[in-house]
Design a binder for this molecule. Structure first.
Ligand code: GLU
Length: 466
């Protein structure tokens, strides 16, 4: 088998979308599994829409996710002479023609098609111009584009994922491959580059299927062998519409800002893109490479499950050492909390680690260490209605100064002493006390919580609510 060479070829016109990440990652896995090469190509021929920020978003995003490329990034905008060489070949082979139709003429054709209720197709008017006429108009300085002469017939190919594909050429019009400013259109530059870069397999989203039809025709016109093609099903939101902003975060930048870990995103993308046997859900990169095979790629659209992603992220967070958590969560840890000292911060992080789904949960989870708890209206009254709770709180308050040193173990001992004297169970007072101290019913274990809050804060919060 020839050496596998695959590529990711994004257009730098926006943020790095999770759908693009899936495409990039599947190509990356394919290359790694087959000891081939993964190439990064930036398709920036659309000068108006391409931006430097978008290029950075792609490069930074892929690096952050650990999707390393072996060659590139190549920029199409720097390869114009190559496309021109191939245009010449197509001219020599009489597979293209210059089209002088003006915007207005095309618009008129479009309008007419609309009136008749049929899909617009270029009439092919300039296909039949004589050689003399063409030369004369070019000499005159008329503006023109290059159109591809779509032949009669059809295109068949076996898609690596979707199986047998069949397209009838008559659905196409003579499409433009080079614009009037000399810049190639995507379908043309893509073919040239895939061929020049020795790409063996083109794996991309199924929204490109109609492009594949056109691209195969261009390969045939150039007399060169097309690569194999594989088209990935769409990623959908819960409502089965194409995944978009409406459903939640969709770009790598947004996921990063929310506090997702790259390894969790990659792991989830893997689950999303493949039909796997068994229940295993957590995969390391070597395991994913090992497990990879193109026929395990899902054939049907996958629904993006944000809850599942959060669960996986929580898993990875739980398995970080506290040092790593501190390090990777840095940007999310409130400054005022940090001021309490690294050792203290680490102790609290260790306690809340199990409840962090995304790093941006941290500010909420540590909030009552730096701010007064926020109580729900009437809640304090409700939980202290039980006279036993009130009595316990009073007794605890009057003996709290005697707990020495103020550590979870001793705090527990004292509390149990009081409860024994009163003849009640911890259960009766635990949640009310937790609520008074934090404004919540979930927190680290009660005695640890009391120690971490510190004697003065605990006294103060109880007193104020008695
Ligand atoms: N630039 C195209 C895109 O971003 C690339 C498609 C392809 O992989 O050929 O959609």
């Amino acid at each position: 088998m020839e050496k596998v060479r695959v590529r990711f070829a994004p257009s730098p016109t926006g943020l790095l979308h999770i759908g693009g990440v899936r495409t990039a990652f599947i190509n990356f896995l394919f290359a790694r599994k087959n000891k081939g090469k993964f190439i990064l190509r930036i398709e920036d021929t659309d000068v108006k829409r391409s931006t430097k920020e978008a290029v950075d978003a792609i490069l930074d995003g892929l690096r952050w996710l650990g999707i390393e490329w072996d060659e590139g990034p190549f920029f199409q905008s720097e390869r114009m002479d190559i496309y021109n060489r191939y245009l010449k070949k197509l001219i020599e082979r009489d597979m293209v023609y210059p089209c002088f139709c003006t915007k207005e003429e095309i618009e008129r054709e479009r309008e007419e098609a609309k009136k008749k209720g049929i899909p617009y197709k270029y009439s092919g008017k300039c296909r039949n111009l004589s050689k003399e006429e063409r030369e004369e108009r070019i000499r005159r300085g008329d503006k023109y584009v290059w159109r591809f002469k779509v032949p009669e017939g059809d295109v068949r190919f076996k898609d690596l994922i979707k199986g047998d594909m069949h397209f009838i050429n008559s659905v196409l019009d003579d499409f433009i491959i080079v614009r009037s400013d000399g810049i190639p259109v995507y379908n043309f530059s893509c073919v040239v580059d895939d061929f020049e870069m020795g790409i063996t397999h083109v794996i991309r989203g199924e929204d490109h299927l109609s492009n594949t039809h056109k691209q195969i025709l261009i390969y045939e016109a150039l007399g060169i062998k097309p690569p194999e093609f594989g088209h990935l099903p769409l990623i959908l939101g819960k409502d089965r519409e194409k995944l978009s902003k409406r459903h939640g975060s969709v770009s790598v930048e947004e996921f990063k800002r929310e506090g997702f870990l790259p390894e969790a995103i990659i792991n989830y993308i893997f689950l999303l893109g493949f039909s796997l046997k068994g229940n295993k859900e957590i995969f390391s990169l070597p395991e994913m490479i090992d497990e990879f095979s193109i026929d395990k790629v899902s054939r049907t659209p996958s629904v993006f499950d944000y809850e599942k992603l959060r669960w996986i992220n929580g898993y990875y967070i739980r398995h970080l050492s506290v040092e790593e958590l501190l390090n990777r969560g840095k940007e999310f840890i409130p400054e005022r909390f940090m001021e309490k000292g690294v050792e203290f911060v680490k102790r609290v992080l260790k306690e809340i680690q199990g409840n962090i789904k995304v790093l941006s949960d941290i500010p909420y989870l540590v909030d009552y260490f730096i701010n007064e708890p926020i109580y729900e209206e009437g809640k304090i009254k409700e939980i202290t209605e039980d006279k036993r709770v009130l009595l316990f709180l009073k007794r605890f308050l009057s003996s709290i100064d005697k707990i020495e040193p103020f550590e979870a173990r001793n705090i527990e001992k004292k509390i149990r002493e009081i409860l024994d004297e009163m003849g009640i169970k911890l259960k009766v007072v635990a949640q009310p006390l937790r609520y008074i101290l934090t404004g919540r019913f979930a927190s680290p274990p009660l005695f640890t919580l009391i120690e971490l809050l510190g004697r003065e804060t605990v006294k103060e919060r109880i007193k104020r609510n008695l």
